[in-house]
Ligand binder design. Structure first.
Ligand code: DI6
Ligand code: FE
Length: 390
């Protein structure tokens, strides 16, 4: 049974999928494909088939972890307090810069394999823990090599404005200028990233700084995306929409103007329940407002060492339903078709249709609602990547 057309999920009962050269060539009722001459027929025994899952927001490559800060938070310190005291992202930057390439690759591969086992076939990986040109390029290269060695499509993103690196303390403008004038051109020329991301927040960067960097991204032919309105409203969603951003992510503090601007620009709302859960946030993203404005909603793990050490895509779907009030259908679309859109890849992955990659998950479930329902569902029974079992 196949999501793909008609009702929101486009379920096809008694369906069949024809695959050739790693791509879907036909989808329909089994009877409709009866005349199709196949070199090989693989019966799936009536299982549910979904598109391979798309995790459109992760920070998978980093040194060390922050279990110590987690313990501090449990003892009462807040994420912002820890960040302002030099912990938080800055501590992971120090561990990342000190890590060898092999350490970075090995630890990221282990996390990636967990996502893959959970059903992910396309993953976005942000840099952001290097914060100088050479270190950011190193992280993007790790992401790229993971895409070569593992059965998954990797979409690398340059997250340059993540935190102010310690060597630029009191020299914010110089850091922003370096990112705009040196880092982005270097990454664009080496074709190491498809888009540029930034963290718009009181503890991170302000809109005028992000504009400078987004202007450079645009001039170098890179799309943008933005961590926006996570802990406070800074007008990030409107800013993102003004640059035709692929996505604005988090959005707990989104307001009506921001939602309207996103709808107008076609910017996808990427909701990250893992961070909401781990930070024990109280304010939920305004899901009804997003629906009312017709903003497409995606879900991602946001896998990162600080605010979302989450390694399960179906857990993200469950949290999106239970914590944010999405329907299981919305959660599934959020990790497939809308996530693909957040990556600008809607013509390639995230749905089962002719011309799309044959990236599929075969699930041992009785209805697709189970993907949102179970807490800690093991991955799919079978995962097909580019037409092959993987
Ligand atoms: N928002 C987040 O939730 C993560 N990055 C970001 O910009 C947090 C990253 C971290 O704490 O290491
Ligand atoms: Fe993030």
């Amino acid at each position: 049974m196949l999501p793909g057309r008609g009702d929101p999920l486009g379920v096809v009962l008694n369906g069949a999928i024809a695959i050739q050269d790693g791509k879907v060539v036909r989808v329909g009722k089994r009877a409709e494909l009866a005349g199709f001459k196949a070199a090989e027929v693989v019966p799936l025994g009536g299982a549910w088939v979904t598109p391979g899952l798309v995790d459109c927001h992760t920070h998978l490559v980093f040194g060390g972890n922050r279990a110590d800060e987690y313990a501090m938070r449990r003892a009462g310190a807040s994420y912002e307090e820890i960040a302002r005291a030099g912990g938080g992202i800055a501590s992971t930057v120090a561990r990342t810069r000190a890590a060898s390439a092999t350490e970075l690759l090995d630890s990221a591969r282990a996390r990636l394999r967990a996502l893959i086992a959970g059903g992910v076939t396309t993953v976005e990986i942000k840099s952001g823990y290097g914060l100088d040109t050479a270190s950011e390029i190193r992280l993007l290269n790790v992401a790229r090599s993971l895409g070569k060695s593992e059965p998954v499509r990797v979409v690398p993103t340059l997250l340059a404005l993540h935190a102010l690196p310690p060597e630029y303390r009191d020299r914010r403008d110089e850091y922003v200028a370096m990112v705009a004038d040196e880092m982005i051109p270097a990454v664009a020329n080496a074709k190491l990233a498809a888009s540029v991301d930034a963290f718009c927040e009181g503890i991170a960067f302000f809109p005028h700084e992000i504009e400078r960097v987004f202007d450079s991204a645009e001039n170098h032919g890179l799309r943008v995306r933005l961590h926006a309105e996570q802990l406070s409203n800074r007008g990030g969603a409107k800013l993102a929409a003004r640059y035709n951003a692929l996505s604005a992510d988090h959005l707990e503090h989104l307001d009506e103007d921001g939602a309207a601007a996103m709808a107008e620009a076609g910017t996808v709302a990427v909701l990250l329940p893992g961070a909401f859960y781990a930070l024990q946030e109280k304010r939920r993203p305004p899901v009804r407002m997003l629906r009312d404005h017709g903003v497409p909603i995606a879900i991602a793990t946001d896998c990162n060492p600080g605010t979302s050490p989450l390694l399960s895509p179906t857990m993200a779907m469950n949290m999106a339903c239970t914590l944010f009030g999405l329907t299981p259908e919305e959660a599934l679309m959020g990790m497939t078709v809308n996530a693909a859109r957040a990556l600008g890849l809607e013509g390639e992955v995230g749905s089962i249709a002719p011309g799309r990659a044959a990236d599929l998950c075969v699930w041992n479930i009785e209805s697709p609602a189970e993907l949102g329902y179970w807490i800690g569902l093991p991955g799919p029974e079978r995962r097909i990547f580019g037409g092959k079992d993987a």
